[in-house]
Design a protein around this ligand. Structure first.
Ligand code: ADP
Ligand code: ADP
Length: 228
């Protein structure tokens, strides 16, 4: 469903961040992108929702070249979660989550009802947390809100860039488990960046092992780990 064809990205200063990348993410598949800092993982992700465009090659979403898509329309189909999610500080958790459904045309009341469902889905009881403000949540809880908000437009594709990277290991494991549970029912097509190989193994249907702008190996966790 997402297909990279000979994709290269060179930044203005001459850095080649991604070099002739070709691979495919199947519908409902979760691929973890793992590798050292600076090897092109984030660049790969940003090209999918057209925060940046490739220098060469093309990316197809359901067979359509995304270069032909309206970026705003495209991003309705692609949820994006980053390491430090930016929540609106002066809006409650419920309103932070309801903004997208409301922008997509749901009346305010229906948007808030949908937001409450989404918060529940990511393990935040809306009756407890809905009226709080972002600075009244822990880091792990804010990341959950980020996931709920990314799901708000019901996108078939999720881009997750170290979404659990900034929380302590115990909370991270919790978030990973919740995300796996969520994914087992939602079957999103997911690209998930991490530099934690354990996380890559736990979450990925397949793992893309990056090195300097290229995918060096793309295989199941068992094969990447070298299991017999
Ligand atoms: P990763 O996500 O694996 O850490 P990135 O995709 O962020 O890697 O970066 C890949 C390479 O591109 C790095 O060498 C980085 O310094 C460079 N890079 C990233 N963004 C820019 C930019 N806007 N301008 C120039 N170089 C950049
Ligand atoms: P985590 O380990 O998930 O990061 P924390 O130790 O930061 O959790 O927070 C534990 C609990 O304290 C959470 O239920 C969170 O909602 C609550 N909490 C954290 N910061 C605040 C705050 N500034 N005001 C009110 N409650 C808070």
């Amino acid at each position: 469903m997402i297909r990279f064809e000979h994709v290269t990205k060179r930044y203005a200063d001459g850095t080649t961040a991604v070099d002739d990348l070709s691979f495919e993410v199947a519908k409902g598949e979760l691929i973890t992108l793992v590798g050292p800092s600076g090897c092109g993982k984030t660049t790969t992700m940003k090209m999918v929702n057209r925060l940046i465009d490739p220098t060469d090659g093309r990316i197809l979403l359901d067979g359509e070249d995304i270069a032909d898509a309206d970026p705003v329309e495209l991003r309705r189909h692609i949820g994006y979660v980053i390491q430090q999610v930016g929540l609106f500080p002066h809006k409650t958790i419920l309103d932070n989550t309801a903004t997208v459904p409301h922008l997509l045309g749901r009346p305010r009341k229906a948007a808030r009802a949908r937001a409450a469902e989404l918060l529940d889905l990511v393990g935040l009881d809306p009756s407890v947390y809905g009226d709080r403000y972002p600075d009244q949540l822990s880091g792990g809880q804010r990341q959950r809100v980020g996931v709920a908000r990314a799901l708000a437009a019901d996108p078939p594709v999720l881009l997750m860039d170290e979404p659990f990277g900034a929380v302590d290991p115990v909370v991270r494991e919790h978030l990973q488990n919740e995300f796996l549970r969520l994914q087992s029912t939602l079957h999103k097509t997911v690209l998930f960046v991490t530099h934690d190989i354990e996380e890559a193994v736990r979450l990925g249907d397949r793992i893309a092992v990056y090195g300097a702008g290229r995918i060096e190996q793309l295989d199941t966790p068992a094969t990447v780990l070298g299991a017999p």
